[in-house]
Write a protein that binds this ligand. Sequence first.
Ligand SMILES: CC(C)(COP(=O)(O)OP(=O)(O)OC[C@H]1O[C@@H](n2cnc3c(N)ncnc32)[C@H](O)[C@@H]1OP(=O)(O)O)[C@@H](O)C(=O)NCCC(=O)NCCS
Length: 418
Amino acid sequence: MNREALQDKDALRILRKRRLEGRAMEERLDAKNIGLRGVKVADTRISDVNGEKGILIYRGYNAIDLARASTYEEVAFLLLYDHLPARSDLERFRSELASEWEVPGVLVELMKMMPKSAHPMDILQTAIPILASYDPQLHEETKEANYKKAVRLIARMPMLVAAWDRIRKGLEPLHPHPDLTHAGNFLYMLNGATPDPETAREFDICLILHAEHSFNASTFAGREVASTHAHMYASINAAMAALSGELHGGANSEVMKMLLEIKEEDQVKPWVAAKLQKGGKIMGMGHAVYRTEDPRATVLRQICENLSKRGGDAKWCKLTKAIEAATQKEFKRLKGKEIYPNVDFYSASVYHQMGIPRDLFTPVFAISRMSGWAAHIIEEKFAEAQSKPELYRPDSDYIGMYCGPEACEYVPIERRSA
Ligand SMILES: CC(C)(COP(=O)(O)OP(=O)(O)OC[C@H]1O[C@@H](n2cnc3c(N)ncnc32)[C@H](O)[C@@H]1OP(=O)(O)O)[C@@H](O)C(=O)NCCC(=O)NCCS
């Protein structure tokens, strides 16, 4: 870089520092201990959640319209490339995904050595760095290379999750079927049978509905790590770890646990009342952003009913609806407020009816959210929505020990009292 360019770069850096300092002085926010609720940390062009109206937008399109009319592959393309694909784009994207479907054999062998009791989310968090070490473009930080990494990650998720389920059951993993979609392939590789077209389509809709949700905990974790210039796989693994928690992606599996525990409809009211009166949480209910029904829950409730009508076990859907009604009534009585189901509430009974084991519900969320995470990581890395990428670095107030104006005096261990 020549001297002039260097000087320009320095001047820019100083200007930016002053701008930030000025802003920090003028707009210093006391946003402590509120879990960053309502604090805007960045711009994004990827999605928008209107919590008051219950509207979810992916790249300008209503997610519910996309769920009704498009496919997961089309939505993944939209999230990554910021426009709906033309037919030829979609065909190219599909074959690109298909060429990356297979999980490296060495990873399958490694999974066979893992304890069968391992949680599938822990298996995923073990698998992602292994996939990283087999990516020929791992440290290539061009936008093009990051798109390739995103495609590899999205493509491999169905086989990864299904393979682990089969391995822990002592079965050989199945290979993806060239005639099936992303959604259909997962169900096929999991259950060992081609799903009926209605179920495959309904699972496709589930994947669309879970694909993206702005700055939720996992996406923010992924972006935060990407802001340090860590690579795509490291950023994805941070997102994956955040998703595993029961207040985020782990909630769908907790909903199923609750359904299995309550068992009968006549047990719903006392169970819910006791839980809420003790200050407990009803999993799948409530949302940090939506102040009305989560629009995804509306679609999932319908899918739940469709599955029941087509021969699924209607008990689960009925039980879920009864819990929804009881929670709303008891919550209103106790807190004087409304509460609505979120995306996880009905997905539990939907996945259960599709034959998906309970501890795979969160990995299924990860299969879908991979496209949203990857889009956000690329946006963060290439500053597509901001003028310049900034390393996230929040502040805190130290309320620990100080011992005077400076610091505590260090006392050697032999002179310390017990
Ligand atoms: C998602 C969640 C963490 C959002 O929490 P939040 O941002 O604090 O939500 P709100 O501000 O609307 O909460 C208002 C009150 O309702 C309570 N509340 C919210 N969801 C509740 C639930 N599912 N069960 C019982 N109480 C709940 C909160 O504890 C809070 O109580 P307080 O006023 O006494 O402190 C919360 O609703 C929750 O834990 N839900 C269950 C887990 C879940 O389904 N997670 C998946 C989210 S997609």
